[in-house]
Design a protein around this ligand. Sequence first.
Ligand code: GTP
Ligand code: MG
Length: 234
Amino acid sequence: MSTGSQENKNDDEDFRVELLPEDYAQYDLSFKIIVIGDSGVGKSCLTTKAVKNNFEDYYQATVGFEFLTFNMKINEFVIKMQIWDTCGQEIYKSLISNFYRNSSLAVILYSIDNKESFEHAENWLTDLKSQANPDVRIFLVGNKSDLEDERKVSKEEGLKFKTDQGLDLFMETSAKTGYNARNVLIEAAKLLYSDYLKYLEANPQEPNKPGKKKKGEELKADKQKDQGKKKGCC
Ligand code: GTP
Ligand code: MG
């Protein structure tokens, strides 16, 4: 991992990624992402940095939740991500768990300078699994990677938790420097986009999974067009 800010090195053979403005109106696929974790780990700062490229160095606890949108294009598909930045305070836990249900992906955030917030990741995971859809994708993210001198949780510990729990991705981020902030959302979009294409292949007769605007045949045609482009034809 490099330490550049707001890196966007996500164009590879399978995914051509293009970021779109926040108010971009049209979309092909829409996904709900929920960000959970202890109070103060940086959920609001990280989502704000990723979406608006803005960082404020003061702490204002979120009350309930905040809602942001992030738009991007992957290959020919415009993807709208609805990001629910929740509050980490214990008293709001039952309110927050109501939002788990329709989430396609959850980001469990801890802070690398706060061991307790990492230990609590297991509780957040248990809560999430008890309420969310069984096929929810889950990322573990260690924020405040700029605070290397105050580090209390190693990268190896984060990676081990991700592997032991069978989570989909582990990454460290810094809302302050922007390190990997957008990449969390880009990786989420890539994974959910791939899941959707697999779903379409497995369910050709049943294309209308929630939140999808195009009909299955159109999406399949787009995919074939993409595959054609990858092979270098038309
Ligand atoms: P709740 O809304 O109470 O659940 O907290 P939160 O998880 O949303 O935390 P928030 O984003 O408000 O950040 C808490 C504090 O951590 C603020 O003072 C931020 O400035 C600081 N902070 C957030 N991200 C980073 C980071 O990556 N690096 C550093 N050094 N500080 C950060
Ligand atoms: Mg907050």
